[in-house]
Write a protein that binds this ligand. Sequence first.
Ligand code: IMP
Ligand code: MG
Length: 181
Amino acid sequence: MNDTITVCDKTFRKYLSNEEIEKVIDGVAEQLIADFKDCGEVPVFLCVLNGAIMFTAALMKRVNFPAELVSIKVSSYQGTTSTGTVLIPLGLTSDVTGRTVILMEDIVDTGNTLMALREHLLNKGAKDVRICTMLLKPDVYKMDYKIDYIGKKIPNKFIVGYGLDYNELGRNLPDIYAVTD
Ligand code: IMP
Ligand code: MG
């Protein structure tokens, strides 16, 4: 059946359709527009590569206020588990000194990545860091830090698609799939 796929050695079942994902992103865009439309400054969308590429692109097309795009690459996952160590193999593609940065994440799991990146951005001179994530696993999130914009909360299941990968595969899937075993 079309709803079940194999990526590497694991089976996944369709969990969120592209249509549902688009609606989730509409909701986030509305909140960002309410907060930034007349804020008097040009915020920076920071795309956390590679996972947030699709979310960032879809979201930026929906906002009607001036905004810049900067990227950074981090890695912490091996297979289906977080290693807990956040590496930055590609640093900020532009200077963020004095800027309000909207940190764009595909998914927040333990929160290690966002806390490490927030610290990194403040050290690089960012004025303010807002966190915006397409998905959140609330049962795993262990930080005492409020996430500003959350698209959708999901159970603690490993997922792929719409930018999210399993061993670098599955990012190109238009829908999101959850592992079955
Ligand atoms: P955290 O540091 O534990 O919050 O993990 C955040 C990063 O791990 C995300 O930006 C993703 O790249 C990756 N990640 C977390 N959960 C999943 C998942 O279910 N599928 C694919 N990648 C995930
Ligand atoms: Mg990511």
